[in-house]
Every structure is written in structure tokens, then in C-alpha cells.
Design a protein around this ligand. Structure first.
Ligand code: FAD
Length: 575
């Protein structure tokens, strides 16, 4: 009978334990968790703070007792694994309840210790008003602080005495979710972000819709700003020192200008670092950030030790590069694969696509595969398509537009990545595109996909089909594109023709300087007046009517370029 010891009892650890038991009824399985809870819903924590999840018990998918009963696993919460003795195949464990220290042997060890929030060594970071969010204890502390009176204002009535201003440091997934939920909890919220955009997996222009939406919802955004230090402000509140900054690779570049942001509390959400100390201490191979290096079987450099989840370095599915992708889906899949291999079922992890999705108040942003920043950094031969399409048939009430960007390989048309920002139907389109990437599909494949359609759900040409058509048109030379970042650099000296084919009403509501308005339906009548020796750059609102214009003009012998994503995308970036 084999004995498997697991370190960490949440996404990776609990999943591995359950799979092991389902495969081997006789194995001895011990699960060590240094916290009080196992198998809790990390991803649900912000929504409990904001009040959408009202019952704290709903955060617990399993309790130690229920897990023990169902899976016959020896669950030891409040037991921290301190070190690994690989030679003797034992772990040294501290029982945090009684302080005792003991050894436990293993045949196979699975490390699933997760990642911990980054805490930069800056002044004031240890203030009691600065929080991070990783587990239930962090959640309780934040919730208690929000619901309590501030300590330095004892004479004020209870409710007016609660914290009113929160600053979220970091505009990643957890930062944005916390901003939304703190707002839901009634606080004024600001986000401070070092780079020029929130949600790094999106490209800048796709994040602009999120910026605009956050501002509309009353969240103040401080982009290109770094937190330099924290001091005590008036009434014991926080004075957060900001400095104009920027991100170059992993390096924060700070400039001299400084501003102070006052707040009653701050949430630090600037990323996670793998909990790699245990592995490093045991001499296992770890990368520069402490991520545990594993092979496709989730085996570490020691064949008797596996590692899964946020603590590991695995592989990017699209690029084949080493990658650390701290998401719940990959952690669960890796745990299953590790358990399979331990039980003699050959199983390989193909790499992570980084498929992710976030609710930003009413908006949804999703991404899968690589973005343009990555394609550029790797020098890939790529191109991109922008679309602005309704979530379902426009004539059926409630259709909402979504902005889609697809990054694809030039030549083959293989889909490399996709980003979608919208309000309805974003998740299913991004999931279809994630599936397409996983299957190595091309734009031609997207065009022929037969997807479910009835007016309340989609259009006969689903946005995914239209993305395929749009790319196919470029690949087969039917249309040439230019993009939002090319617009301002176009010559305004008459050497090219700049054409806006929207209606005059649309043009009056906002236009790009230098573009002449000839509505699409009047274009054929104006062809004789256009100069064939000059290239024509044409735009409409979304890119669809200008595509039709491009085809009319191209077939009449003009050299035409169509603005991908249209005026809408250009305007969103320049808002
Ligand atoms: P964890 O789930 O962090 O579990 C690791 C456990 O190991 C911890 O409980 C820790 O106490 C324990 N441990 C560590 N060291 C030891 C030791 N030496 N001895 C004993 N125990 C130890 N991902 C998504 O895909 N979608 C989301 O919407 C999403 N939202 C999130 C929201 C929040 C607030 C957070 C914090 C994370 C979110 N994630 C989300 C990320 C997701 O939760 C993680 O990717 C996933 O939980 C990783 O699983 P894991 O098992 O590697 O680590």
C-alpha cells in the first residue's frame, strides 16, 4: 500500500487527494494544511467582502470533517510542513495547535503550497490598515475592518465612523475584483497601477474599455503610478505616497514627481510569489522566482515528489515557454494529472493558456492564449483582428456590443490568442476561442464552426464565425487593415485619401481629424471624384461598413486600407 503526503489543502492539494482516493481505495493519504480551512473558495473571497455572497459558510466547499468522511483522507489542518528530508522520505511538521514538531514519512509527496501575495519592503507596509487577500483569515480581517468603527474617532456615531476611502494597489484580477467589491461595500475606491493599464493579460487598447467603465462607476484610476511608501495621515488614516512610474519588464521605474493619496485602508494586490521555500530548502529545482520546476507529469527534480498549482513553473501552451500562471483551472488540472501518474495512469500536462475572465461591475473581460505584447516580445510573425459585434441578434431586445481582438499567426491563420471585453456573451465566445487555440485551429476553422443560434443567444453568424471571416479576408488578400495606433501618423498633406463612411450624424458626434465624410451608401456615386493614384484609408464606427467600402473601392482599382475596430476603438483609446 502506498502512502501519499500532500502539502496544501486548497485547489491543488484537495483535488489531488480526492482524485487519488477515487483511483486507489487502499492508499494512505495525509493532507497537511497550515491554515484552519481546506478546500475553500479563494475565488469567491472578494464577493463575500462585497456582500454578493452573504453567507460565510458558502465559501467552504468541504470542511476537514466532510472531506475525511467522503474521501477517507487523514486531513491535518493547522499543521505546517517545515521541511522535507528527501533521503529518508519524511517531512517535518509543526502542529500549530499544541506546538509539537514531528516527522511523517511518505512514499510520494505532492507539493501544493500555492503562492503568497507580494509585499514590497517599503515604509509603512506593515500598517494595520494595509491588507492582502489570499485566504479566509485575510477575508475576515478585511470584512471586520470595513464593518467596524475606525479606532481614532471614538465619539462619532457608529456608521459614519466606518472606513470610507480605500486604495487598491495593483490593477490585476484580484485588485479589480476588490475595487468592485469595496465599492459595493460602500467605500470610495481608487486603484493605483504601475503600468499604463489594468489587467495585464489584455493589450492596452482592450484595457481602455475597462478603464472607461471603472471611471464611469466612480473608481478613481491612477495609472503609471507607483506606491512609494505609506505614512500616517490625518486621524490615523493612511497617506499613500505615489510617484509617477512605469513598468519595464519586471522593473519599476520611478520618477521624481510625488503625490499623496489619503485613505482609511489599502489593499495590496500587486501579484503573487510562489511558495517555493519548502522545495528550495529540499534542494529541488526552482526557478529565479522560486517556482518549482516540474516536467509534463508534474514531477519535480525528485521523482518521488510532485508539485502542482500556483507554486509551480509549467509551460505556456501557445509559446512552449516556461510559464507561471496562478489560476484555479490549471491548479486543478495539474492536481489530477499528478494523482493519475502516481496511480500508474500516464498523464501529461500540455501547458497553460492563461484563460481568464473577470467581472468589472456590469462588464466582463476575458482572455485566452497570448496577447499582442507577448507575440511582439517573442518576435512572432503575427497579425491581429478587431471586431465590435452584438452579443445576439440586434433585433431581439437586450443585445449588447462586445469588443473582440484576435491575435493570429500570419500565413497559417492559426489562432494564438483572444481578448474580449463586453457585457453579455463574452464568456462563451472566449471559451470557444480557448477551445480553438487548444485544438490548434485556424481562422478558416473558426469561419466554418457551426455554433448554437437562436435570436436571444447569438446571430446566425456568431461573433466567433465573423472573427474567422474577418481574418480569412485578410489572409486571402480581400482586405488590408490599418490600426488605431497608425491613425495619428497618417499624412494629412493630401498624399493619401482619408475617408469616413459613417452617416453625417455619426460623424458630427465625433470624428478623426482629416477624414472626409462620405456615407457608405453614397460612396459609389463619389468614386469618380476619388484619386486612384493615392491610397485610401477608410473607417466607419466598427470596421464593418468600412470593410464593405474597402471591397467597393478595391474592385474599382483603389489601394485601400480599413481601420480595424473602427472609430469606436480609436475613440476608446483616446477617450
Ligand atoms: P492555494 O489554493 O493557495 O492553496 C495552497 C495552500 O497551501 C494554502 O491554503 C496554504 O495555507 C497551504 N500551505 C502552504 N505552505 C504550506 C505548508 N508548508 N504546510 C502546510 N500547508 C501549506 N483563479 C481563477 O482561475 N479564477 C478566479 O476567479 C480567481 N480568483 C481568485 C481570487 C482571490 C482572492 C485569490 C486569492 C485567488 C484567486 N484565483 C483565481 C487564483 C486561485 O485561487 C489559485 O490559482 C489556486 O487557488 C491555486 O491553487 P493552489 O493549490 O496552488 O494554492
Amino acid at each position: 500500500m502506498s502512502k501519499v503526503v500532500i502539502v496544501g489543502g486548497v485547489a491543488g492539494g484537495a483535488t489531488a487527494a480526492a482524485r487519488l482516493r477515487r483511483l486507489d481505495e487502499n492508499a494512505e493519504i495525509i493532507l497537511f494544511e497550515r491554515g484552519e480551512h481546506i478546500s475553500f473558495a479563494n475565488c469567491g473571497l472578494p464577493y463575500y467582502i462585497g456582500g454578493t455572497i452573504s453567507d460565510r459558510d458558502d465559501l467552504f466547499l468541504q470542511t476537514p470533517d466532510s472531506f475525511r468522511m467522503r474521501y477517507n483522507v487523514d486531513v491535518r489542518v493547522l499543521n505546517e510542513v517545515l521541511s522535507i528530508d528527501r533521503k529518508n522520505k519524511t517531512v517535518c511538521v509543526k502542529n500549530k495547535e499544541n506546538g509539537s514538531i514531528y516527522d511523517e514519512s511518505y512514499d510520494t509527496l505532492i507539493l501544493a503550497p500555492g503562492g503568497e501575495p507580494v509585499r514590497p519592503p517599503i515604509a509603512g507596509i506593515d500598517s494595520k490598515r494595509v491588507f492582502t487577500l489570499r485566504n479566509v483569515a485575510d477575508t475576515d480581517a478585511i470584512k471586520k475592518f470595513i464593518d467596524s468603527s475606525l479606532p481614532n474617532q471614538p465619539n462619532q456615531p457608529n456608521l459614519s465612523n466606518r472606513p470610507k476611502r480605500a486604495v487598491v494597489i495593483g490593477g490585476g484580477f484580484i485588485g479589480i475584483e476588490m475595487a468592485e467589491n469595496l465599492k459595493e461595500a460602500g467605500l470610495d475606491v481608487s486603484i493605483v497601477e504601475l503600468s499604463e493599464q489594468v489587467i495585464a493579460p489584455l493589450d492596452f487598447e482592450m484595457a481602455c474599455d475597462v478603464h472607461n467603465h471603472l471611471r464611469q462607476k466612480g473608481v478613481s484610476l491612477y495609472l503609471n503610478n507607483a506606491m512609494r511608501g505609506i505614512t500616517e495621515g490625518r486621524d490615523g488614516s493612511l497617506a499613500i505616497e505615489l510617484s509617477n512610474g512605469s513598468l519595464e519588464g519586471d522593473m519599476a521605474i520611478l520618477e521624481a514627481d510625488m503625490a499623496i493619496l489619503e485613505a482609511d485602508m489599502a489593499i495590496l494586490a500587486i501579484g503573487v510569489m510562489p511558495e517555493g521555500m519548502l522545495a528550495k530548502g529540499a534542494g529541488l529545482t526552482v526557478n529565479g522566482r522560486g517556482g518549482i520546476v516540474v516536467d509534463k507529469h508534474m514531477r519535480t527534480s525528485d521523482p518521488n515528489i510532485y508539485a502542482v498549482g500556483d507554486a509551480t513553473e509549467t509551460m505556456d501552451f501557445v509559446t512552449g515557454e516556461a510559464a507561471m500562471i496562478p489560476l484555479a483551472g490549471p491548479a486543478n488540472k495539474q492536481a489530477r494529472i499528478a494523482a493519475d501518474n502516481i496511480c500508474g495512469i500516464p498523464s501529461e500536462y500540455a501547458g497553460a493558456q492563461g484563460s481568464a475572465i473577470i467581472k468589472v461591475f456590469g462588464m466582463t473581460a476575458a482572455n485566452t492564449g497570448i496577447n499582442e505584447k507577448t507575440a511582439k516580445r517573442l518576435g512572432l510573425d503575427y497579425d491581429k483582428a478587431y471586431l465590435w459585434l452584438p452579443s445576439h441578434a440586434g433585433y431581439y431586445p437586450g443585445a449588447m456590443p462586445m469588443s473582440i481582438k484576435v491575435v493570429y499567426e500570419k500565413g497559417s491563420g492559426r489562432i494564438l490568442g483572444a481578448q474580449i471585453v463586453g457585457f453579455d456573451g463574452v464568456d462563451k465566445r472566449c471559451d470557444v476561442l480557448a477551445t480553438a487555440i487548444s485544438a490548434g485551429m485556424t481562422a478558416y476553422d473558426l469561419a466554418r464552426l457551426e455554433l448554437c443560434y437562436a435570436p436571444p443567444y447569438s446571430s446566425a453568424k456568431d461573433p466567433v464565425n465573423i472573427a474567422g471571416y474577418a481574418i480569412e479576408n485578410v489572409l486571402t488578400g480581400k482586405v488590408k487593415n490599418f490600426h488605431w495606433h497608425d491613425v495619428d501618423a497618417l499624412p494629412r498633406d493630401g498624399s493619401v485619401t482619408l475617408l469616413d463612411v459613417r452617416t453625417p450624424q455619426e460623424n458630427m458626434r465625433g470624428s478623426i481629424s482629416g477624414f472626409v465624410n462620405i456615407p457608405l451608401d453614397e460612396l459609389r456615386g463619389h468614386i469618380g471624384g476619388l484619386d486612384k493614384s493615392k491610397p485610401i484609408y477608410v473607417h466607419c464606427q466598427s470596421g464593418l461598413r468600412s470593410y464593405v467600402a474597402s471591397r467597393i473601392l478595391t474592385q474599382n482599382g483603389f489601394d485601400v486600407y480599413n481601420l480595424g475596430g473602427g472609430y469606436r476603438l480609436y475613440n476608446s483609446v483616446n477617450h
